[in-house]
Write a protein that binds this ligand. Sequence first.
Ligand code: C2E
Ligand code: MG
Ligand code: MG
Ligand code: MG
Length: 281
Amino acid sequence: RAKDSGRSRFEYYTPDMDAEREERHRLEIDLRIAIERQELNVVYQPVVSAQDGRIVGVEALARWNRRGYGAVSPDVFIPIAETSGLIDQLGLFVLHRACETVKRWPGLKLSVNISPGQFRDPAFPQNVACVLRQTEASPAEITLEMTEGYFIQNADRAKTSMAELRRLGVHIALDDFGAGFSSVGYLRQFGFDRMKIDKSLIHALDQERSAVDLLHATVALARSLDIPVTAEGVETDAQVLQLRLTGCDQLQGYLFGQPMSADDIDSVFRRDERRAIFSLA
Ligand code: C2E
Ligand code: MG
Ligand code: MG
Ligand code: MG
């Protein structure tokens, strides 16, 4: 763990480490219980058109309010779910809940995050098919977001799963592009339906001149492969300006809305007669 870097490796087994492992174990137990009792929540973040600020979709994000502790970040509990065999159940719960909920908003697209651990399961496409049947959600309105790690490590298996998911009619987006290795090679090989540019690159736009060039190059790359681009983590008008110049077609970030409850998404619509419009820079 980064926390331990800088310390001598002879100090690896410290009471500190035991405490950490113990705490992780307790987290895992509580997470298992929370999943079984269906205590996890799903929140929805607006995705808007870069052209006119109209809300075009939502991204579903898991939330866990741990009893006696409060909110635990997905960056903490998703990896725990991955390593403790809970991710399939957690992921299907989120997908099911989100597919059920999005029916409240006809015309809105839904994005749901998928972990490598879920994608690795050969039964995953069948499980998705099952949720689609149960919720009567329309596959064409659904995008599964995945990060690059899995594609690099398991190219063949990933291609098979992707083909099966495509046959169901769902779309597949590459999430967090620009955060890792982000090679052109697999971008071409896998034929993603959408690319999401990682928020670290968007935030850098306000800080480094080179980030603007990198953004332009990234969007140009996506366009040359006919892959539409969503920018995530948009927080400032200056970022919107840059992003519109490059030809990103969708924007997402705190500037437009935090991830929120389904009821709060309802009020976004009520504010604007079922046509929520955010003002763009
Ligand atoms: P992600 O899929 O890249 O989701 C975007 C993250 O950026 C979310 O964090 C969102 O709240 C945050 N975000 C959105 N707009 C802004 C902004 O303007 N500024 C900043 N600083 N952040 C913004 P969150 O909800 O904490 O989720 C973190 C990650 O956890 C997600 O990244 C995703 O990889 C994972 N995750 C969340 N829910 C699920 C889930 O249901 N299943 C799986 N497998 N992973 C999930
Ligand atoms: Mg995502
Ligand atoms: Mg992302
Ligand atoms: Mg992320």
